[in-house]
Design a protein around this ligand. Structure first.
Ligand code: GRF
Length: 211
């Protein structure tokens, strides 16, 4: 099954997905920003890149229509959002129900939205992490595919914590993507069910080495 990756910036999760040599092929990397650093990385590796610049459209609906056209043209069936910083309209999300996946840098349902690492430090949680989930019309709220947990340490800054979480993002996103592409996890009545090799729905906390 072919997939597309949607980015807005540096694209480190996109790189992790492409480097994982997933089954199927990456039909397109699509960015809403022409200056996204991840575009150059992808095209250097021969992955087709497309820019759908949100600034060229008068409304979110018009942008989403163009985005869907780019996805359809690529032939992708699964869509991975990887640092894609646009809120998608409900018709777009409905169109891709069960095929639209996001990574969010918190243990959802804690800390939806932006500035998750600052919020984790502010709140004083002892564990933090990231979540790969299906996208639903409510922001950062869809069925959870996999999560990874990291400790929050006493002297963490938001940047240090973000870096610790990002290491895990690069592990769990390819893990989830592989499960989806191989048909080992699926949506059942609004929840994600893994089959076959009893893949854990939550990866164990990895205490960072060398910190
Ligand atoms: C990641 O932390 C991701 O979880 C969030 O935005 C960031 C994107 O980073 N949605 P990158 O572009 O994948 O490096």
């Amino acid at each position: 099954m072919n997939y597309a990756i949607l980015i807005s910036g540096r694209g480190s999760n996109m790189q992790a997905l492409i480097d994982a040599r997933l089954p199927g092929s990456c039909a397109a990397v699509i960015s809403n920003r022409p200056d996204a650093a991840g575009l150059a990385w992808a095209s250097q590796r021969g992955v087709p890149t497309v820019v759908v610049d949100h600034k060229s459209f008068a409304s979110r609906a018009a942008f989403d229509t163009a985005l869907a056209a780019a996805i359809e043209q690529s032939g992708a069936r699964l869509i991975f959002l990887a640092g894609f910083m646009r809120v998608l309209t409900e018709p777009f999300v409905q169109r891709y129900t069960g095929r639209l996946v996001n990574i969010h840098p918190s243990l959802l349902p804690a800390f939806p939205g932006l500035h998750t690492h600052e919020a984790a430090l502010q709140t004083g949680v002892r564990v933090h992490g990231c979540t790969v989930h299906f996208v639903t019309p409510t922001l950062d709220c869809g069925p959870i595919i996999v999560q990874a947990v990291v400790p929050v340490l006493a002297d963490d800054t938001a940047a240090v914590l973000a870096a610790r979480v990002l290491v895990q993002e690069h592990i769990v996103y390819p893990h989830a993507a592989r499960g989806l592409l191989e048909g080992r996890c699926r949506l059942e009545e609004g929840r994600v069910v893994w089959s076959g090799d009893a893949t854990p729905a939550t990866l164990a906390m990895r205490v960072p080495a060398g910190e």
